[in-house]
Ligand binder design. Structure first.
Ligand code: SAH
Ligand code: SF4
Length: 382
């Protein structure tokens, strides 16, 4: 088995080059070939010495997981399903907009967090993705799109970790992937344009702040512990007071001066006016500085096993008004890619029926991907 170079950030690649008996600076050239040019054939890396190319051919490869399917929506949204082996698959969604291109990527096959309203959560946890499998989603999509759109410049300007899985539960593999996204020799994305969405793993939020403070979105979904305990089981471990304190600590490092809270609107569950008022009290009680957070209301994407329903648009707007009237910047997420099941939040993921190994079933549960940065729509626009 040779080494997949997508598993390394630049520092990791430098160490790999040293192990091959090469100077560290060679890693910069190699990293640029792989991530900036999308090259996977060492022979094509013309400015590398022949001896190095030979060593690489013997010891390494550059490979993304196979694409199982690609769906293109009428609105230009593209969804890819990647085969990550043993019956597991993960999805990525590209959302083009006039001024940006956002890629929503997955961090795990399945998820162990078990949130009530999430189809990935209902599926359970299969495994963590490796660094190479996380960055491969960007590597593949960026270079595929450049080729397809005949562009030589960057197509993807924003990345959101809002696909399948809880990114901070897979911190060790996530970190090198984030560093590669930010690296000027990699994708050169600004920290403001890379967003990690978390359900609130407090110690890992602190670690991220210290080691790689990208934009942060926190999945809140309830204004009090009793309700959040039910919707987001992790709340029992890290209740709201601890979660909000971690958000405040994160703010000191954050590339933007606010945290985004995501709130999935569930009919009759967390969407009543009193919930909005409780939310106002919770969020305004937490920091003296106004504007320290933004709220993003997500229309729930129903799936049969959930037994839950989507709040009506009128009610979402009414809920949002209570928040905006209290001075909390609130947006309502617009869904994209509905016709290809790429609209907001969960990912289908597993495509192989594990009871009939080898047979692929396109078990396309409703796919929800939440590219907050790309899809937010202000109330004024709504
Ligand atoms: N695990 C991380 C990131 C992946 S989920 C997290 O929970 O933040 C990305 C977003 O999709 C989260 O805000 C999550 O609450 C939302 N989501 C999950 N299921 C959904 C559904 N059925 N409808 C709408 N949004 C959903
Ligand atoms: Fe996991 Fe996020 Fe789904 Fe919760 S909402 S189960 S943390 S993917």
């Amino acid at each position: 088995m040779t080494t997949n170079l997508l598993d390394f950030d630049l520092e990791g690649l430098a160490r790999f080059c040293e192990r091959l008996g090469e100077k560290r600076y060679r890693a910069v050239q190699l990293f640029r070939w792989v991530h900036q040019k999308g090259a996977s054939d060492f022979e094509a890396m013309s400015d590398l010495a022949k001896s190095l190319r030979e060593k690489l051919k013997a010891a390494a490869h550059v490979r993304a997981p196979d694409v199982i399917s690609e769906h293109i929506s009428a609105d230009g949204t593209i969804k890819w399903l990647f085969d990550v082996g043993e019956g597991n698959a993960v999805e990525s969604v590209f959302i083009p907009e006039v001024d940006r291109g956002t890629l929503c990527i997955s961090s795990q096959a399945g998820c162990a967090m078990g949130c009530r309203f999430c189809s990935t959560g209902h599926q359970g946890f299969s495994r963590n993705l490796r660094t190479g499998e996380i960055i491969a989603q960007l590597w593949f999509a960026e270079h595929f799109l450049r080729k397809h759109l005949q562009r030589t410049e960057r197509v993807i300007s924003n990345v959101v970790l809002m696909g399948m899985g809880e990114p901070l539960q897979n911190y060790a593999e996530l970190l090198p992937a984030l560093r590669t996204m930010l690296d000027d020799h990699g994708y050169g994305l600004s920290r403001r344009r890379v967003t990690v969405s978390t359900v609130g793993i407090v110690p890992k939020m602190d670690l991220l702040a210290e080691q790689c403070p990208v934009a942060l979105a926190v999945s809140l979904h309830a204004p009090n512990d009793a309700l959040r305990d039910k919707l987001v089981p992790l709340n029992r471990k890290y209740p709201l007071v601890e979660l909000l304190a971690a958000c405040e600590r994160y703010l000191a490092f954050a590339p933007r001066d606010f945290i985004t809270f995501e709130y999935c609107m569930l009919d009759g569950v967390n969407d009543q006016p009193e919930h909005a008022r409780e939310l106002v009290a919770l969020l305004s009680g937490h920091s003296n500085r106004s504007g320290w957070c933004k709220l993003n209301l997500i229309p729930f994407n129903p799936f049969p096993e959930s037994g839950l329903h989507r709040t009506s648009s009128e009610q979402i707007v009414a809920f949002a008004s209570i928040l905006t009237d209290a001075g909390i910047v609130t947006t309502i997420r617009k869904t994209r890619g509905d016709d290809i099941d790429a609209a907001c939040g969960q990912l289908a993921g597993d495509v192989m029926d594990r009871t009939r190994v080898g047979e692929r079933i396109a078990r396309q549960r409703s796919v929800t991907l939440i590219p907050a940065a790309a899809l937010d729509q202000t109330l004024e626009e709504a």
